[in-house]
Design a protein around this ligand. Structure first.
Ligand code: BJW
Ligand code: ZN
Length: 271
C-alpha cells in the first residue's frame, strides 16, 4: 500500500542513501513544468487529432505530410523549453551517486531531450528523440536539429492551421539514399529497439530502488516495470499528481508535481 504523507520523505531519503543502484523511469509529467504538453491530458490534442493517433506507422503511411507537420511543430516547441528542477535534480543525483561509486540511471519515455539538456548521462531514451531521424529505406540514423527540418515545413504545423498536404518529395529526405526520412521514435505497435531493451534489462537486473516519475503507466513495456520489480521485492516509489496503475504497487506514492517533490527526495541540502 502506498504512503502519501510528507513525513515519508525523510524515510524515503534514508532508504535512498543506502541504495546501490537507483533506476528512475520518467514520463511526460516530468517535462510538464517545462511547458511540454503531456499525452493524455488536455494538452494531448493537436488540431483535431490525439497525439497518440498520429504516433503510428499507419498514420505516417497514410499522410507523411500530416505526421511530419505534427513532429515539426513539436520540435519547434521543445527547442524553446528548458529543463526544470526535476530534470536538474536527477542530473545532480547521478553525479553524486557516481562520485560515491553507486549507480544512478534514468530511463525516459520522453522524446524531448530535456534530461540530456539538464546533463543526465546515464540515460536511456527508450522511445527515441525528436531530434533524431531515420531513413525509411536504408535505416540510416542521424541527429538533426535543423530549424525548420526542411523548407516546406517552415511556418507549418501550427495546431490551429491546416494547410495543403506537402508533396512527399518536399519532406525530409535521407542524405545517403534520398528516401523519405521519419522521426527516430518508437510509435505504437512498433518494437522498442533491441539494443535499448538490452540496456533496460541490465538496469532492471541491477537496480535496488525504482522511482517512477510523471507517467500514466499505461504504455507497455514501460508500464510493466514497476510490477516486475515489485514482484522481485525491489522498493518502488512513485511521484505523480494523480494516481496511476503503479500507485497500488508502489511502496511510496509522493503526490505532487515532480519539480517540487524530486528535489526534496534527491537533493543533499534538504532535511
Ligand atoms: C505529472 C505532472 C507533474 C502531469 N508532476 N506528474 C501489453 C498490453 C497491452 C498493450 C500492449 C502491451 N504491450 C505492448 C502493447 C501495445 C502498446 C501499448 O502499450 N498500448 C497501451 C496503450 C495499451 N505498446 C507498444 O506498442 C510499444 N511497443 C511494444 O511493446 O512492442 C511490442 C508489442 C507491440 C504490439 C503489441 C504487443 C507487443 C511501443 C510504445 C511506444 C509509445 N510511443 C509513444 C509515442 C512516442 C512518440 C511521440 O512522442 O510522439 O510514447 S505513446 C506516448 O505514451 C509516448 C509516451 O512516451 C508514452 C507514455 O506516456 P506518458 O509519458 O506516461 O504520458 P501521459 O500523458 O500518459 O501521462 C503523464 C503523466 O504525468 C500523468 O500520469 C499525469 O498525472 C502526470 N503528470 N504533470 C508529476 N507536474
Ligand atoms: Zn537512406
Amino acid at each position: 500500500m502506498a504512503s502519501t504523507t510528507s513525513g515519508k520523505i525523510a524515510e524515503f531519503r534514508r532508504l535512498l542513501a543506502n541504495a546501490r543502484s537507483v533506476l528512475v523511469l520518467t514520463g511526460a509529467g516530468v517535462s510538464a513544468e517545462s511547458g511540454v504538453p503531456t499525452f493524455r491530458g488536455s494538452g494531448g490534442l493537436w488540431r483535431q487529432y490525439r497525439a497518440t493517433d498520429l504516433a503510428t506507422l499507419t498514420a505516417f503511411n497514410r499522410s507523411p505530410s500530416l505526421v511530419w507537420e505534427f513532429y515539426h511543430y513539436r520540435r519547434e516547441v521543445v527547442r524553446t523549453k528548458q529543463p526544470n528542477k526535476a530534470h536538474i535534480a536527477l542530473a545532480e543525483a547521478e553525479k553524486r551517486f557516481e562520485k560515491e561509486g553507486k549507480r544512478f540511471n534514468v530511463i525516459t519515455q520522453n522524446v524531448d531531450g530535456l534530461h540530456r539538456k539538464a546533463g543526465s548521462k546515464n540515460l536511456i531514451e527508450m522511445h527515441g528523440n525528436l531530434f533524431v531521424v531515420r531513413c525509411t529505406s536504408c535505416n540510416f540514423i542521424e541527429e538533426n536539429t535543423s530549424s525548420p527540418i526542411c523548407e516546406s515545413l517552415r511556418n507549418r504545423g501550427l495546431p490551429d492551421e491546416n494547410g495543403p498536404e506537402i508533396d512527399e518529395k518536399d519532406l525530409p529526405h535521407c542524405r545517403k539514399c534520398r528516401s523519405l526520412l521519419r522521426p527516430h521514435i518508437v510509435w505504437f505497435g512498433e518494437q522498442i529497439w533491441n539494443d535499448v531493451l538490452e540496456k533496460i534489462e541490465k538496469e532492471i537486473q541491477l537496480c535496488d530502488l525504482f522511482l517512477v516519475v510523471g507517467t500514466s503507466s499505461v504504455v507497455y513495456p514501460a508500464a510493466g516495470y514497476a510490477s516486475l520489480l515489485s514482484e522481485r521485492s525491489i522498493l518502488v516509489a512513485e511521484i505523480n499528481i494523480e494516481t496511476t496503475p503503479s500507485t497500488s504497487i508502489a511502496n511510496y506514492h509522493f503526490h505532487g508535481p515532480a519539480a517540487q517533490i524530486l528535489p526534496q527526495l534527491l537533493s543533499t541540502n534538504v532535511n
